[in-house]
Design a protein around this ligand. Sequence first.
Ligand SMILES: *Cc1c(COP(=O)(O)O)cnc(C)c1O
Length: 379
Amino acid sequence: MLSPEFLSASNRLTVDLNALADNWRSMNARSGKARAAAVLKADAYGLGIDEAAPALYASGARDFFVANAEEGADLRPLVPEARIYILAGMWPGNEPLFFDNDLVPVINSEEQLAVFMAALSERGDHPCVLHVDTGMNRLGLTVEEAVALANDPARPASFSPVLIMSHLACADDPGNPLNDYQLRRFREATGAFEGVDASLANSGGVFLGNDYHFELTRPGIAVYGGEAVNDVVNPMKPVVTAEARIIQVRTVVSGGHASYGASARFNRDSRIATVAVGYADGYHRSVSGGGVTLRQATPSGAFGFLHGQKVPHVGRVTMDLSLFDVTDLPENAVRPGDYIELFGRHIAVDDVARAGGTIGYEMLTSLGRRYERHYVGAV
Ligand SMILES: *Cc1c(COP(=O)(O)O)cnc(C)c1O
């Protein structure tokens, strides 16, 4: 049932929880013998953990990764039985969040290991994940540090990670030799921790094949319907549809212009729809049809979808408003109050992202607060 607020909303976001669940099941199946976790950081990539987490749990996910302990504490009541891993790990001072909410810290450095060991001696046993850097050079112990830790006779018996993990730098690029290199380095580390589960693959890594799966995979973007691998057809179902309302339709005569900087120029009599969406809604200024630096590199800005047809953005995206050229639609087809799809079923979020020189991840996590959210699909 669509609420009256939803029907009257300026902007609306529809999240298809069935598609979300199908995508997770698909990634779980593609993970072979491994089980798939789900990555729920940044409010489930902008979709909303309150709805996404229970839907993923219902479809079978039992392992969830979030960025920090605060996100973990928010997630805990939604999935009381699940294992929740905290990618940023433990700080001096936030230990209680881990112990009170049963959150598993990822240990990313020798310093974090010391913080964790001190917390253990004060509060008793607690699970942890050991992060090993195999080539990304972002977070994790070096392979040598991890192997030394495994073989350290002075290693406290209380230190027993439930998972060894690493993160791939080039999983979206299957031909990149760094993938194979990281896999070999990761095996050196996991070899030192006999019997401990291992996890290497994000979404792109799942598509690299069985060698990369180990015991647990960590798909994020693919579960939300985004592209995980460059230059191949995205096999996932779209999950999010973003729509905004047309406020006004106006005519500009041939030779005329519109938008800031008079950046949209028209060489025919044109009909322009002014839409209630802007960069404050995560419709980035860089996706503008014209008048921004990026258009010198890639000629085409974003398209919207309206009455069965793609329509180009023209001029600059502004804070709250965007212009689309609807001249090619039948006269009188476009009316104030109509919704235009910004991305979703007809326009891939990754296509809009490409027009703005960015990635679907960034589009989704910058949606902002001005969309009325509607969740569809039984869970
Ligand atoms: C975000 C993240 C993931 C998920 O990556 P996707 O590319 O969205 O599948 C997996 N592992 C780590 C460490 C991450 O930070």
